[in-house]
Structures are given as C-alpha cells and as structure tokens.
Write a protein that binds this ligand. Sequence first.
Ligand code: ADP
Ligand code: MG
Length: 984
Amino acid sequence: MGDGGSDTGEDPMLDSLICVAGSSIKRSGFIASHSSDERERRVIFVNAGGEELRRQGHSEIEVETDRFFQGGDVLRTDEEVADGGDLPSIYQSARCGNFCYEFRDLPPGDYSVDLHFAEIVYTNGPRGMRVFNVFIQDEKAVSELDVYSIVGANRALQVMNIPVSAGKDGVVSVNFQGVVGSPTVSGICIKQGAPELQLVSSGRDGKSLLCDNCFAPVKLTAAENKAARMSFTAKYEREIRELKAQCQMKQDECYEAWMSLTAANQELEKVRAELDVKFFQNFTLGQAMEKETEKMAKISSKYEHDRRLWVAAIDELERKMKAIKSEHSQLSFEAHQCANSIPGLNQMVTAVQSLGNIRVFCRCRPLNMEEASSRPQTVVEFTDAKDGDLGVLMNGSNKKIYKFDRVYTPKDDQCDVFEDASPVATSVLDGYNVCIFAYGQTGTGKTFTMEGTEQNRGVNYRTLELLFKIAEDRKKTISYDISVSVLEVYNEQVRDLLASSPPAKRLEIKQVSEGVNHVPGVVDMKVENVDEVWNILQTGSNARAVGSNNVNGHSSRSHCMICTVVRAKNLVTGECTRSKLWLVDLAGSERLAKTDVQGERLKEAQSINKSLSALGDVISALATKSSHIPYRNSKLTHLLQDSLGGDSKTLMFVQISPSEHDLGETVSSLNFATRVRGVELGPAKKQSDTTEIQKLKLMLPFCLCQLKCKDDTIRKLEENVQVLEGKTKSKEQFSKSQQDKIIDLENQVELKAELCGHLEKRLSHVYEKMQRKEEACYSFQQKVKELEDRLQEQEQASSINSKAKTRELEDAVKEKSQQFQRHTEMLQKQIKMLEEELEAKQGREYMYISEPTDTFQARKVEAKPLKIEADPFSLRSLNSTSSGTLLNRGEQSILLKGTDSLRALRHKRDLQSKGPENNLFLVTPTAHKKPVSAESEPSKARHLDPSRAFARISRGGKPVGSGSSAFPNRVKESDSSRVKIWLR
Ligand code: ADP
Ligand code: MG
C-alpha cells in the first residue's frame, strides 16, 4: 500500500466525498514508491494541462504530456505548490472547464485510478468557488469536491485508488462535472489491478488482518465487512438525520423568513397608508396654500390699488386744503380791507344820506323822423355829458348848464341807462323801498325808457330780470318772494290794470302801518320768472288808458305804476324784510297853455299837472328836509309815500327833446328835475365828490353782500376741510389696519411654506424608508424562493436516496434471508447426515478416536466458531460467488462496495475451490455444538422476517466477535426470540 495511505480516517467531510469503496483522499502530492511493482502497475500517468515530466533515479517516474482529453482549457501557475511530493510541477498545470478523459486501448481488466488536484486559480478563496463531481465509467466516484476547502490554494490533493474495470473495448472514461464553477484536474494516473482492500474505521491494526502477499483474510473479512456495512449504514442514517435536521432548520429559516416577510409587508402597508395620508395632507395643504396665495395676491393688489387711490385723494385734499387756505387768507385779507374801509364808507353813507337818496338822470331822445327832415336846431349840448352837465341853448346863443347825476345823449342806449339805474333798482332786494319814475313832455321817451320795445327793453323789464337773477344767486342764503301789481292813476283815480273786471268800488289808498301804504283789492301777481313778468307787463300795457292830443297822438295821459313787492327771508339770520319798488311812467308834463284841450281832456291835464306838481312838492320837501311832506296832495304821491324819502331811494329820469320846438317844455322839465334833485348848480368838485360818494354808496351793499357770501363760503370750506380731515383720518386708520392684516397674512404664508418644507422632507424620508423596505422585501422573497428550491431539491434528493437505499436494503435482506434459509436447510441436511454418520460411527469406534478429535475440535471452535455462523453474509457471499450469481459491478450495492472488492471476492472464490475442507472444518463443530438449539424451533426461525432480523442485527450493541462465552450469557439474559435470531 505504501503511498496509498488514506487521510480520510474519521473525517466525515472527506468520507462524504468518496462514493466508491476502496478509494481515499490524501492531502499531499504524488510520492513515488520504491518498489518496482508499483512502477510496473502504472499504465498511464498524464500531466493534465502540462508537459511530459521525467524524474530519474532510484524511483524513476515518467509522466506523459497531456492527452486523452476532450475539451477544456489549460491552466498554469508559476507559484510553488506546497506538499507537491516528488513531482510538484505536475500540480502547476491543470485542465479546466468542460472536459473529459477517455483512456483507450487498455487490456480488459481491473484498474485503479489516482486523480491529482490543486487549486491554482482561486488562491484567495473563498470556499465553494469551485465544486465538482468526478465520474469514472459513468459512476460517481467523487462527490462535490472542493479542493480549496480541503487543502486551500496551491496545495496538492489526491483522490487515490478509485477502482475501475476496463471492458472489451479497453476504454476507461473519467468525466468531470461542475457543481459550482468549472472542474479542474492536474494529473490522472491509471494503475493496473484493483486497489488493495482498505478497511474502514476498524480501529484496529489493519496489518494484522490483511497481508499484502497473501489475500486470504477469510476469517476476518466477513466480520470486518459486517462492521463496515454497519458503519456505512450508520453513516447514511447519520447523514439522513443530518439532512433531516438541516431540512428542519431550513424549514424554520423559511418560516422565520416568511414571518419576517409578512411583518415587513404589513409594515410596508402601514408605511404606504401613512404615505397616502401624507400625500393627501400635502395635496390639501398645497391647495390651501394656493388659495391663500391667490387671496394674498388679491388683497395685495386691492391694497395697492386702495393705497394709490388714498394717496391720490390725500394729495388732492392737501392741494385743495392749500388752495382753500390761500383763498381763505386772501378772503381774510379782503375782509379785513373791507372791514377797514367800513368806517370810511359809513361816513360816506352818512354824507350821502344827508344829501338825500334822490338821483336824477337826464335823457335826451334823438330827433324823430319828422324833426330830422325839417332840419331843426338842437338846443341841447352834451359836451360835458360825462360829468353830468347838460347845456341848453336858450334863445340861440345863451347856454344854460344843467347838472344831473347822469346825462344820456341820444346815442346812449337802454343798456347804458340801465347800467346806472340797476344798483338803485336792485337795492329793493336788500330791503330798500325804491321809486324810479320817468318825467317829461309827452313824446320824449318816458315809455321808451321804462318799458322799451320788444327788441330794446327798458328799465322795467331789465330791473325785474336782474331781480330774478340776483334772487337766484342768493337763494342759498336768502329766499325771495316777488309779486307784481300794475296800477294806473288817471284823473286822480287809481285803477288796477291786472284786474280782469272793473272793481265794484273805487280803489283807495290805505296806510297799513307807519310808512306803509296799501291799496286793498289790487291784484298782486306772484311771479317766479321773467316770462311771467313780461306777460304781466304786456297785460298792464294793453290795459292802459290812452288818449290823444295835439302834441302826441299816443301820449299817455295817465301815470302807469308798476309796484313790485319783495319779501325776503335771510335763511342764515332768519331776518325778514318787505320792500317795494315803484316803476312809474308818468303822464306827459307839457304845459296846458300849449295844448288845446277842453272838457274831459282839460280835466285830465289838470289832474296830471296836479299830480306832477304834488310830486315836485314832495320831492322838494324831502330835499329841504321839511317837517311836512305833502304826500296826500295827489294820488300819485300818496301811493309813492313809502317809497319817496326816508330810507327809500328815488331815481328820476327826466326825458327831454332835443328839438328847438320843444325848448320851452325842455327847460320846464329840466327846471323841475333840478328842483327835484334839490341841488343848485355848484362847484364841480362838490358834484364830483358827490358822484364818488354815490358810487361808493352804491358799491357798499354789494360789498357787504359779497363779504357775507365769502364768509359763508369760508365757513363751508372750513366745514368741508374738517369733514375731509375726519375722512382722511379714518382712511389712514383703515390703511393701517390693512397693512397689519397684510403683515399677518405674510407671516401666515411664511409659516405655511415652512410647514410644506417639513412635510416634503418627511415625505422624502418616508420614500427612502419605503424603498429600503421594498428592497428588504425583495431580498426576503428571493431568499425564501432560494430556500424553497433548496429544500425541494434536498427533499427530493433525500427521498430518492432513502427510497433507493431502503429498496436496496430490502432487496438485499430478502435475498439474504432466502439464501440463509436455503443454506440452513442444506446445513440441517448435512447435520442430519453427519449425525447419522456419527451415530453409526459412535457405535463402532467411539472409544478409539474420540479423544484426539475432541481436542482438535475444541481448539478450532475456540478460535472463531460463532462469528462464521453468526455472519450469514459471508456465507451468502461465498455461495453466491461460487455459483456465479454475483451481481454485476454496476449494480453492486453500496454495502458491498464498502466491504468487498473484486479482487477480494476473486481471492475468496479461489480459496473456496482450493480448500473446501476448511468450510467443512469450520461448519462441523458448529453443527455439532448447537444441534438442539437449531433444531428446537425450526418453524419459528423460518417464519421470521429477514429484514427485521437484519435490522436487529444492525442495532446490536456489541460486536459479535467477542468470544463464544458471550452467547450462553446472552441467551440467559435476553428473551427467547433474540436467541433464535442469533442462532440463525
Ligand atoms: P312819451 O312816452 O314821453 O310820450 P314815447 O316814449 O312814446 O314818449 O316816445 C315817442 C317816440 O319817440 C317814440 O316813437 C319813441 O320810440 C321815440 N323815442 C323816444 N326816446 C327815444 C330814444 N332815446 N331813442 C330813440 N327813439 C326814442
Ligand atoms: Mg309815454
């Protein structure tokens, strides 16, 4: 055996690798044997993946270059291979990949194969990178060999003495099949002859049981084989148990993995649900944020818009305030000026009043058509008309100057006249009684001045028109109530021109209160506008009595009197006034001497003269401040009583004709007017002063009124300013609150944005967590799948293996029990024969030969009597071998492989044929020794189940070969059935 020492020993890992009995694993390289026998046995030795090697010396080695291979690649290394033995370089090369070796032309017979390995690629491991099986003649010889895990990298490893038989074709095939990675092999050595029997785990000295020269350990082989078989059985059972334990462990692992997967899935579901919730929350938050942002934008834009509006409004207000202030200061300045001028004005007013409120304007009509055609001389001169001077040519060259308040030339029109008359006329609105009348010769233009024509309206219409205009302007502060009545005084009788029917009794003038006269029953028409005034004036004019005389066919012989009563109420002070304005178109003042009238006309003339004289007297009395004013001398003056003198204002138009023909009447009229004016012609200064004072006096009420208006305006403006200031303040407060609100909203938006950021972070965290969970889940699933696959494989493999093994064992037991039965029968027959022979001989020769035979028998029995008898396998093997019914090698059971080799069996057969006497010799004493036991219960023995019997043998606690003395003790101690089994 020499170099064939096995390293397997008790190493279960290595045991499990070897699938063929007799082969072994060695953790070192090839060592050449010194014996020539060993050298001669080497038939082929190839250096896989390498070149031819040769070592000379006392142990000559010859290794061929790599051949007989099919497929694969070559691997080489320069690194030194440890424990490489005599040929370390053989391990520096290898064939690798998908390959096989087929050795041809070998003489039919038994061979043994040595395989040389070294891991030269995966020098840093890890284990399990290269695992493969080796099949020899299609039979697995090495299972799942992992060189690295046994010896590591760059170390030699041998699998030795794998038995193989070459058939007639002379082919020995060695196949390599990778389990993990591709297989490698460094060398293959084919030796002649089957390998020597290797006893497995005997625990005893193998050399004392087997001999290298003589292969005849017959007595021991059966026992050892039995032990080996039991050892194999135990080994496989152990393996099965281990596999079952592994399987259980894997199942547990699978269960745990499944549970953990379920838990992970549940957690994943939870995380998903949480994620959904977070998504929804985030979504709603996003929506809310969008809405808030929209709101904010709206509020901001509204705020911006409002702010601009307010800024503009405030600017406007400030501008207005400035303007108002400047206006106010201007007005105050003016007011101060006015106030300052009031004392002077008062003085002037006093002065004017001392002069009397009578103004006389002289108006000269143009020459009429008739006068113009006869080329008359004009007797009036208007050189200083602007100064109120009127020159009258008396008697051709004598010129007399008349002084009036105004002198109107024929060229002056109605507007010029009214411009000067209007201040007096409109003072009725300020509460003054006013009387304006026209005096003069018939045909000099009295009616023209007072009434005018439709195209060229006179003082009446223009005055009333202006009254309405001013009343309209003042309506906010003063309300006016204006009514008009139109009277006529004819022949010292008062007549109502607006009355539709003649009154029942004469109209009389009555005094209502002191200084106030009234004509009861007179139609007093309230007028609202100038159109109504016009209608009334027309009505009055149409109703006026007209007469004719020699001077002027259309001359009126009556006084036409329009009375306008103004009732005023100051809305601010509540002051009420009632004032009258008389507009009188007097009858013609021509002297009677010139008129040729009689009767009724005379009476008219006298009445006119009377009334005009009375008027002159009253005015004169007023001018001279007479204690008695003769108002009642005529109806005219009586009616005009409250408007002539006192605080009333009087204006007289003295109408003259420019014609030389009318000179006398003109002079008469001018004299009357001068008398009325009450002022003799004096120095120009005085007159001018008077004019200035008159002007100022006229201006004063207007100024007062304006001042009042300005005051009102200022007060209103101040009120407005106050209101605006209040509004501005409230707007400022509103804007402040809006700003606070905006700041609040901005803070809210910031908070929302922060919250969003947090949520996003949390979301990403949850995402990551989920991804990790999913990965873990996926790996768990894969692991479970892997484990399931492996479990299934293992279950399949173990079930197939165990089934096959069980079946094999059953078959073997059955066969053995049958053989055993046959053999027992045969032995019983032989025993019977021998007994018969012995009985025959005993009768004759008992005393002669008994002593030496007994001695011999006793000695032989002492040697190993029970073992042979108790081992039915050895007997079966012998018989089956001799009868040629041995199972072919391919179908040999694993048990057989573990105990017998081909060579051993062949040797046993030879021995059987050479020495049959030995069998007889062995059998005889046994038969002789146990006749009673064997015979005692044959029927029972035959009925026993062989497999159960074998099982019981296998389970036997003690080895059988412990000596004959053990048996009787065992019989006594055990039950009878066990004795029977042992007997068999
Ligand atoms: P009286 O009323 O004094 O009798 P009137 O007014 O009837 O006089 O006038 C007589 C005529 O003279 C009328 O035709 C009138 O148009 C005309 N007349 C009088 N004054 C003027 C004047 N200033 N301008 C133009 N025509 C005048
Ligand atoms: Mg007239």
